[in-house]
Write a protein that binds this ligand. Structure first.
Ligand code: 5GP
Length: 215
């Protein structure tokens, strides 16, 4: 089968902070260049080095709220006082072009995304234990005691949402977690939804062949 014949797939990956999600996502998008990045809109100020239209589309609150209320976003969230949202139309356009998409958003965002794009495949990455997550977060050195407690409390809330996701990966060993993520991605590309165009072509050819046999 020609890989170009399949349509794009959408993955949403959620994980409590400190679970290795960023490392795993980097590896996936580096190995599979078919991934495109959907550019979110945000109301926060651009940081030095960030480019409008590449990192985010930086817009003001008024425009964001107008877009939100008109159904422009596949999902949106308020994070630390700023709004963030994923545009639905450009996301759908990328999938139609056969590009794969990966959404790195929080569990609330994932819940909304499932509603606006039911075909999205949800992957939840878990730490092996609270103790191990605490050890990893402490190892980051950037965590104050207060922010550590906050992240651990948030992790518990996030873990409670894990049953909403189709795939669970427990990151007790980064290499094993990576192999599981890679396998999940490949399996998703083999789904009927991703390969429907192939079957349509196969059956069209089949019918043409049948007609030929009749003559
Ligand atoms: P930052 O401002 O550091 O770029 O991102 C802050 C937070 O916003 C991160 O946790 C990031 O995952 C989240 N975020 C970025 N874009 C979106 C988006 O389109 N939707 C949602 N729900 N969260 C986002």
């Amino acid at each position: 089968m020609n890989e170009a014949q399949r349509s794009g797939i959408a993955l949403v990956i959620c994980a409590p902070s400190g679970t290795g999600k960023t490392t795993l996502i980097k590896r996936l998008t580096a190995e599979f260049p078919r991934f495109a990045f959907s550019i979110s809109c945000t109301t926060r100020q651009a940081r030095p080095g960030e480019v409008d239209g590449r990192d985010y589309e930086f817009i003001d609150r008024e425009l964001f709220l107008r877009r939100r209320d008109s159904g422009y976003f596949a999902e949106w969230a308020e994070v630390h006082g700023n709004f963030y949202g994923t545009p639905l139309a450009s996301t759908r356009a990328l999938l139609a072009q056969g590009r794969d998409l990966l959404f790195d958003i929080d569990v609330q965002g994932a819940e909304q995304l499932r509603r606006s794009m039911p075909e999205v495949h949800g992957i939840f990455i878990m730490p092996p234990s609270r103790k191990e997550l605490e050890r990893r977060l402490r190892g980051r050195l950037t965590e104050t005691a207060q922010s550590l407690e906050r992240r651990l409390a948030a992790a518990e809330k996030e873990l409670e949402k894990a049953p909403d996701f189709a795939t669970w990966i427990v990151n007790d060993d980064l290499e094993k977690a990576w192999q599981e993520l890679r396998a999940t991605y490949i399996a998703a590309t083999l789904s009927p939804r991703a390969r429907m165009a192939f079957l349509d072509g196969l059956l069209a050819g089949w019918k043409a062949g049948e007609a030929g046999d009749d003559r």
